[in-house]
Design a protein around this ligand. Structure first.
Ligand SMILES: NC(=O)c1ccc[n+]([C@@H]2O[C@H](COP(=O)([O-])OP(=O)(O)OC[C@H]3O[C@@H](n4cnc5c(N)ncnc54)[C@H](OP(=O)(O)O)[C@@H]3O)[C@@H](O)[C@H]2O)c1
Length: 293
């Protein structure tokens, strides 16, 4: 199986390359300038040349705060660009696995979100990703949208890397404790996408495999708990102990508001694809060891 993945330096794209190599699955990363989601006319030629059995759209405008002042670019990439990927996949007759986000929700529910719960993005990024979901599903064909959350990995920029670098110079770090989510390793996302892609490539006409699925780590955390998990893992590597101090979001203002609860319920992914992601307490230590080693 040959999986074409959009983006070349993204967390999920690089995790797909690493896990694919280990699993003996051919992964081809296609990014700018050949495939530029801000230039939809580049998408079909680039995906045609890449000759995949399946396409994974892992490229996106992911700067949540910056999107607040750059809505046009966020929507061009996350909505129009994503739609162009889905159109191209349908024209090429290959299944599409598209990534979306927990930030399509407003966080008001007091339980993990299911796929059919009402959406209500709190910011431009979430709104642009929600528009992207609609665009890829409207294209038709075999399309699965996987909403993931709180992604960390050895690659790119992410919260875990930020905490590791802060811990190098501080014994305490104040971290928001009133937002709950499901931290997700990009390596676990890659394993799950590879398995889901194989299933979709085998049975592209199975309508149950199309639609929206929640694909996040199996365990809840606040940002503060996740930070403490990073610091605890660093301590086991022999690093000086650092403590995460809980603070409310009101003490850490950001341009984009974020949901208080964006936990994703993975029951549908488990029931339809038979796939469950590990929790962050199992996946985080290896990644911290890689980054701190
Ligand atoms: N990060 C999170 O916490 C999080 C949470 C929920 C959902 N998600 C979703 O999960 C997916 C993967 O996220 P990630 O963390 O891997 O993202 P990331 O590390 O920020 O990488 C973004 C990728 O998108 C590519 N990209 C950006 N603009 C592009 C354009 N105009 N044309 C082509 N490629 C473009 C980047 O290109 P380069 O390779 O050139 O840098 C990069 O490969 C995204 O759909 C994201 O919305 C992420």
């Amino acid at each position: 199986m040959r999986i074409v993945v959009t983006g070349t330096n993204g967390q999920v794209a690089l995790a797909m390359a690493e896990r694919g190599a280990e699993a003996g699955v051919e992964i081809v990363l296609v990014g700018r300038p050949q495939l530029d989601l801000a230039r939809p006319e580049t998408v079909l030629p680039a995906l045609t040349a890449a000759k995949g059995d399946v396409v994974v759209n892992a490229a996106a405008y992911t700067a949540v705060d910056q999107a607040e002042s750059d809505a046009a670019t966020a929507f061009a990439i996350n909505a129009t660009g994503a739609g162009a990927v889905a159109e191209a996949a349908r024209m090429l007759g290959v299944p599409l696995l598209h990534l979306s986000t927990d930030y399509v929700f407003d966080g008001a529910l007091d339980r993990p979100y299911r796929e059919d719960d009402a959406t209500g993005p709190m910011g431009v990024y979430g709104a642009s990703k929600l528009a992207g979901e609609a665009a890829v599903l409207a294209a038709g064909g075999a399309v699965a949208v996987f909403r993931t959350a709180w992604v960390y990995s050895p690659f790119g920029r992410n919260f875990v890397k930020t905490m590791i670098s802060l811990a190098a110079s501080r014994s305490e770090v104040s971290v928001v404790s009133d937002q709950l989510g499901r931290p997700t390793s990009a390596l676990d996302i890659a394993d799950t996408l590879i398995a889901a892609a194989a299933r979709m490539a085998r049975t592209p006409n199975d309508a149950r495999l199309s639609g929206i699925f929640h694909m996040a780590g199996a365990e809840d955390a606040s940002w503060c708990e996740l930070a403490q998990g990073v610091f605890d893992a660093l301590a086991t590597q022999g690093r000086a102990r650092c403590t995460a101090i809980p603070i409310p979001s009101s003490n850490y203002p950001t341009p984009a508001r974020r949901p208080a609860n964006s936990r994703l319920d993975g029951a549908k992914l488990s029931a339809v694809f038979g796939l469950t992601l590990p929790g962050w307490r199992a996946s985080l230590p290896q990644i911290v060891a890689r980054l701190a080693g």
